[in-house]
Design a protein around this ligand. Structure first.
Ligand SMILES: Cc1ncc(COP(=O)(O)O)c(C=O)c1O
Length: 395
C-alpha cells in the first residue's frame, strides 16, 4: 500500500495513509485505549527502553491510533515527521520548548491567536526567550526584527481574525538567509488549501481542534516537519512533559481527515458567498476575506492557497454595541469561540479570543470593537445569511 503513496493525491492520502490493518482485518482504523504496552520478556523491555528495538512502551510516548493520525497528516502536509499533541497550544508550546533555549529570540507576527501571544510574552519570557512582534505582511519589518540570536519566526496565514496573508516563500527565504526557522500555524487553511513546507517553511503547526476534526468534538494539535526537528526535538518534549494526544481524539481526527478535502471546498464556497453579500451590506464598513478582490493580499492568496478558506471577519458601524446586537440577534449561528466546525460560529474577538490583549495591543492588531468573526460552516448559505441579516438590518 505504501508503495503508491508518493503518487496519491491529497484526498486519497487523507483516507488511506496510516492505517496498518491488524490481524482482525478491520476496515476502519482501530482505537487503542491503553496506557502501556506489554513486552514478551525482560530482555525485550530493556531493548525497547534503550531504543535498540523499536515499538510501543507507554502511551505518553507513542500509541498506534495516534501514530496513524501522525502518518496521515505528515503525508498530507508533505513532512517527514509529525507529532500529535493534546491541543493546538500544546503543539506551539512543545515546538518552543524543543527548539528554543534561554537567550534565543523569537519573531512573531502580531496577528496570531491571542493565547499564542500570551504564551510568548508571558511564559516564554520567564524562561529567557524574548519575542519581538511585527506586522504579518510587512517583510521589511520581519527583516529588521531578526537579530543574531533569533532562532524562530512564527506566524499564522491567513491570520485570526483579520485573514491577513504573508508571502510564505519570500519569508522562508529571508528566514533561511538569516539562519532562522520558519513555523507556520496552518490551522485556517489545512493542507487541503495550503502546504507551507512545499512553500519553504520548516515547521507546520495545527490546532486539530478546528478543521481537522471538523465537527467540534475534540481538542488536539500537531507539529509537522523533518525527522530531526519534529521527530526528535519536539517529540522529546511530548514524551517527557506529557501533553500527548489521546487515542480516542486521534481516531476522531482520522475520521475528520477522511472528509477534509470535500469539507474545505464547501467551507470556501459558503464563506465566499457570505463575504460577497456582507461587502454589499450598508451596515458593514469592511469585510476581511482573502477571496475578495478588495483583500490587500488577494493575489498572494491566489498563488499560495488553493482556496480562500472558511473564515471571514467584518466590521460593523456602531462599535461594540452594534457588533453585540448582530451576534445576539442570531438564532441558528452559534456564539462560541471555536472555528472550523460544520456549524457556523460567530465571535466578538475584542471581548473573547483577543480579550486578554491590552487596549494598545488590540489597536495595533486591528481588533476593533465593531469587529465580528464568522467561521462559516456547512449549513445552506441562504440560512446563514438570513441569520446575520436580522441583526444587520436593524443597525
Ligand atoms: C490559529 C490558532 N492556532 C492555535 C490555536 C490553539 O488551539 P487549541 O485550542 O487546540 O489549543 C487556535 C485556537 O483557537 C487557533 O485559532
Amino acid at each position: 500500500m505504501t508503495d503508491d503513496l508518493d503518487d496519491w493525491a491529497l484526498a486519497t492520502r487523507a483516507i488511506r495513509v496510516g492505517h496498518h490493518r491488524t490481524g482482525e482485518g478491520e476496515h476502519s482504523e482501530p482505537i487503542f485505549p491503553t496506557s502501556s504496552f506489554v513486552f514478551g520478556s525482560a530482555a525485550e523491555a530493556a531493548a525497547r527502553f534503550s531504543g535498540e528495538q523499536p515499538g510501543n512502551i507507554y502511551a505518553r510516548f507513542t500509541n498506534p491510533t495516534v501514530r496513524a493520525f501522525e502518518e496521515r497528516l505528515a503525508s498530507m502536509e508533505g513532512g517527514e515527521s509529525c507529532v500529535g499533541t493534546a491541543s493546538g497550544m500544546a503543539a506551539i508550546l512543545a515546538t518552543c520548548l524543543g527548539l528554543l533555549k534561554a537567550g534565543d529570540h523569537l519573531v512573531s507576527s502580531r496577528s496570531v491567536f491571542g493565547t499564542t501571544s500570551v504564551l510568548f510574552s508571558k511564559y516564554l519570557a520567564k524562561f529567557g526567550v524574548e519575542t519581538t512582534v511585527v506586522a504579518l505582511s510587512d517583510l521589511s519589518a520581519w527583516e529588521s526584527a531578526i537579530r543574531p540570536e533569533t532562532r524562530l519566526l512564527f506566524l499564522e496565514t491567513p491570520s485570526n481574525p483579520l485573514t491577513e496573508i504573508v508571502d510564505i516563500p519570500r519569508l522562508a527565504e529571508l528566514a533561511h538567509d538569516r539562519g532562522c526557522l520558519l513555523a507556520v500555524d496552518n490551522c485556517f487553511c489545512t493542507p487541503v488549501l495550503q502546504r507551507p513546507l512545499e512553500l519553504g517553511a520548516d515547521l507546520v503547526i495545527h490546532s486539530a481542534t478546528k478543521y481537522l476534526d471538523g465537527q467540534g468534538r475534540c481538542l488536539g494539535g500537531a507539529v509537522v516537519g523533518d525527522a530531526k526537528l519534529v521527530g526528535e526535538e519536539v517529540f522529546g518534549v511530548i514524551r517527557t512533559a506529557g501533553p500527548s494526544m489521546s487515542p480516542f481524539n486521534a481516531w476522531v481526527f482520522l475520521k475528520g481527515l477522511e472528509t477534509l478535502s470535500l469539507r474545505m471546498q464547501a467551507h470556501c464556497a459558503n464563506a465566499l458567498a457570505i463575504a460577497e453579500w456582507l461587502e454589499e451590506h450598508p451596515a458593514v464598513r469592511r469585510v476581511h476575506f482573502p477571496g475578495l478582490v478588495s483583500h490587500p493580499q488577494h493575489e498572494i492568496a491566489r498563488c499560495q492557497q488553493r482556496g480562500p478558506g472558511g473564515i471571514a471577519s467584518f466590521e460593523v458601524t456602531g462599535g461594540r454595541e452594534a457588533a453585540w446586537k448582530v451576534i445576539d440577534s442570531t438564532r441558528m449561528v452559534s456564539i462560541t469561540a471555536n472555528l472550523g466546525d460544520a456549524k457556523t460560529t460567530v465571535t466578538h474577538p475584542a471581548t473573547t479570543t483577543h480579550g486578554r490583549l491590552s487596549p494598545e495591543d488590540k489597536e495595533r492588531a486591528g481588533i476593533t470593537e465593531g469587529l465580528i468573526r464568522i467561521a462559516v460552516g456547512l449549513e445552506d448559505a441562504r440560512d446563514i445569511r438570513a441569520d446575520l441579516e436580522r441583526g444587520l438590518d436593524g443597525l
